[in-house]
Design a protein around this ligand. Structure first.
Ligand code: WTA
Length: 695
């Protein structure tokens, strides 16, 4: 290990890159293949064979491409963009931006003036280049034995029928369409159908409650909501349409009504009989959509026309509508997909994310399909019928690239390895991780047990806001360090700043920011450009602030350390503490609540809620359950607190600000690190809380 480290440093001087990557060595080329993953050695090399066939096969090659991408971003990305179909090429500079609020409003534009269509580029373009009969989607249902598939040309037919239907019911360019569907093929079909006609889709994860769905409907006022009658999760059937009905009732209170609710009859879960129905508004997909023609004219849109809205949690209670536009997002999602996973046309690719999150947008639908990939779409859960399901699916479809979240890795790691080893998995060649930091022990299990020590892991750091992967190993290029997302993607200039916003060089830790734009960056928060500027661009002038902490080691590797704002990352799902707090205080017996994240063995972070009851209410198990239920109802099951800690009072400063730092220490039982409590308005509340910890 010492010897390897020294070699690494020895060659560090050979190459120097612009900010972000820091100093990086070319040692890889020298000792490639010599070292293998082991507990003592924190460098893990791609095999010779892998590196040789990779798009980027050495640090040197990466550095050359990276250098150009940051020195001449317009040129670098224009060359790539030219590989897509443009009805009309952009007639303005490929990129124009203002990243500094002191110089006026924040604005980012890529390929402005260019006319294109992302659905055309995903489907028609691939079909014309000879991929008509290639499988676009392999679908695997919740229950083993339920499966389906579509070739690229079949997928185009389905998409066109839905586009025609949507146009027929009055959806026009720029109109919003909310999609509330589980992982059926109809979900990517619906996204692509919207994109084809220039409508703006907003997918809402089908685990969100009716109230969360209503909040999003009220914000973006869709003409149409697309859903299904029911879905099976594991052994349980859930009536999705009932949730949508409840959301409609809720939105109506805010004066928002939806014209059409297109409902797919998901027969695998439940027949349509018995579904509550409102004539005039509710329409069965199967009764209408298949009657429409299988061709549909493309709406050519400006590169800067909106493609989709995706709501995500921030540090206040109101979810933020992250807005992505067409051209830059298209180029970025496709390019990151190709390089981060070393994608080749012969690959079979499976990402376990749901299309309700950004990972499903960029790496189930758009990125892979722009590359003409065969994508596995899985409706079920990884532990049903047992913990070997994922590996059965890998063998069944001969999956070569498998992209998932650390929480899934950790949950399967707890089960017996026999669930893994009963499968062959020999088709696998690249693994991916996203959503939260992957701890080194989970990394090693993923690498050794799942990947048979053969498959590089792309630990991809990115966000809803960034549209695509930002920091990631290129699997053939770098020796990896388990738990590090390694180096920036092309065109991305990450910087680490201190509290004052001053960039820190070399080995350091601080706040992760990004200098200047990349094509996949979000352009605004829907209807609230001011919040966009305040949240992301004002904390550190001149930079995009990610909300994450990060450190960089002596070799220039990046290590993400988690959120530094009031956002908790539970099983890779972003949840604002304020959202959970506002759900809790809506309970009639809750006077006040403060929520913090606490380390959780499987979920990464768990939700820990301190709750003050209204005067005189006694603590009871029943009340605890009812508080948790309130959160499930208002946000969704995935946001349910893991722990309710009764709090006669909360630690506050004299000006009334809750001291979350202290609450975090109490929650994680680091009582000797609670620190100075003398500045609190009522210092004794801390002792009270400690006493009630196990109540
Ligand atoms: C976290 C998901 C460490 C991070 C694509 C970020 C990660 C938030 C990683 C965004 C990773 C995502 N290593 N942390 N590889 N990937 N994160 O918007 O805190 O759902 O800010 O996007 O997840 O979550 P979001």
């Amino acid at each position: 290990r010492m010897a390897t480290d020294n070699k690494l440093r020895h060659v560090t001087s050979m190459l120097e890159v612009p900010s972000g990557a820091g100093k990086i060595s070319a040692l890889h080329a020298v000792i490639l293949g010599e070292a293998l993953a082991s507990e003592e050695n924190d460098l893990v090399f791609p095999s010779d064979d892998f590196a040789r066939q990779a798009h980027v096969s050495s640090p040197q090659q990466y550095l050359e491409m990276y250098k150009r991408s940051v020195e001449d971003p317009a040129g670098f990305w224009s060359d790539i963009a030219s590989q897509f179909y443009w009805k009309k090429k952009w007639d303005q500079p490929a990129c124009s931006e203002n990243f500094d609020f002191r110089k006026g409003n924040i604005s980012i534009q890529w390929f402005k003036g260019g006319l294109t269509n992302i659905c055309y580029n995903c489907l028609d373009r691939n079909i014309e280049s000879g991929n008509a009969d290639k499988i676009a989607i392999y679908w695997e249902g919740n229950d083993p034995g339920f499966e389906d598939s579509l070739t690229y040309s079949q997928l185009l037919d389905r998409v066109c029928q839905l586009s025609n239907y949507l146009e027929d019911v009055g959806v026009k360019k720029g109109d919003a369409v909310v999609i509330y569907l589980p992982m059926l093929m109809e979900l990517p079909i619906a996204m692509l159908a919207c994109a084809r006609i220039g409508a703006v889709h907003s997918v809402v994860f089908a685990g969100f409650s009716s109230e969360s769905l209503a909040q999003r409907i009220v914000d973006c006022k869709p003409k149409v909501v697309i859903t299904c009658n029911a879905v099976k999760r594991g052994a349980k059937a859930i009536h999705l349409k009932d949730i949508v009905d409840a959301a409609f009732a809720e939105s109506a209170k805010n004066g928002i009504s939806v014209d059409v609710c297109l409902t797919y009859e998901n027969q695998n879960a439940m027949k349509r009989e018995g579904t509550k129905w409102q004539e005039g508004r509710d329409v069965w997909w199967q009764d209408f959509v298949p009657k429409y023609p299988t061709t549909c004219e493309v709406e050519w849109v400006d590169a800067e026309d909106p493609l989709f809205l995706l709501y995500t949690s921030g540090s206040t209670g109101k979810p933020k509508g992250v807005l992505h536009t067409t051209g830059g997002y298209m180029v970025y999602s496709a390019t990151t997909f190709k390089y981060a996973f070393d994608y080749k046309p012969s690959d079979i690719y499976w990402c376990t994310a749901d299309c309700g999150w950004i990972t499903g947008h960029s790496y189930v639908t758009y990125g892979p399909m722009l590359n003409g990939a065969s994508v596995v779409v899985f409706e079920g859960t990884p532990t049903y019928p047992d913990a070997g399901r994922c590996w059965d699916i890998v063998d069944k479809f001969k999956v070569t690239i498998f992209y998932t979240a650390p929480t899934l890795v950790r949950s399967l790691m707890r089960e017996s390895d026999e669930h893994v080893t009963r499968s062959s998995r020999k088709s696998l060649r690249v693994l991916g991780s996203v959503g939260e930091p992957i701890n080194p022990s989970a990394w090693r299990w993923f690498f050794n047990v799942v990947g048979g020590s053969r498959c590089p892991i792309s630990d991809t750091w990115w966000q809803t806001e960034t549209g695509g992967v930002m920091i990631t190993p290129l699997p053939g290029a770098w020796p990896q360090k388990p738990g590090s997302a390694t180096f920036p993607f092309f065109g991305v200039q990450p910087v680490i700043v201190d509290e004052k916003g001053v960039e820190i060089e070399g080995e350091c830790s601080g706040y992760l920011c990004v200098k200047s734009s990349w094509p996949g960056a979000f352009r605004t928060l829907y209807g609230d450009h001011e919040r966009y500027e305040t949240t992301y661009f004002k904390p550190f002038a001149g930079y995009y602030f990610t909300g994450d902490g990060c450190s960089r080691d002596k070799d220039g590797y990046h290590w993400l350390t988690g959120r530094v704002d009031d956002v908790i990352n539970v099983s890779g799902h972003r949840i604002g503490t304020a959202e959970v707090e506002s759900a809790l205080v809506s309970h009639p017996k809750c006077a006040e609540a403060a929520v913090v994240g606490v380390e959780h063995e499987v979920k990464g972070q768990g939700i820990y809620a301190f709750v003050t009851l209204v005067d005189g209410e006694p603590y009871s198990e029943e009340l605890r359950k009812s508080l948790v239920l309130t959160v499930r109802k208002q946000i969704g099951a995935f946001a349910a607190p893991d722990k309710i800690h009764w709090a006669p009072g909360l630690p506050k400063t004299r000006s009334g600000k809750i001291m979350r730092r202290i609450l975090r220490k109490i929650a994680s039982k680091q009582l000797d690190e609670v620190g100075d409590t003398s500045t609190l308005a009522e210092p004794h509340v801390v002792e009270q809380l400690i006493e009630l910890a196990d109540c």
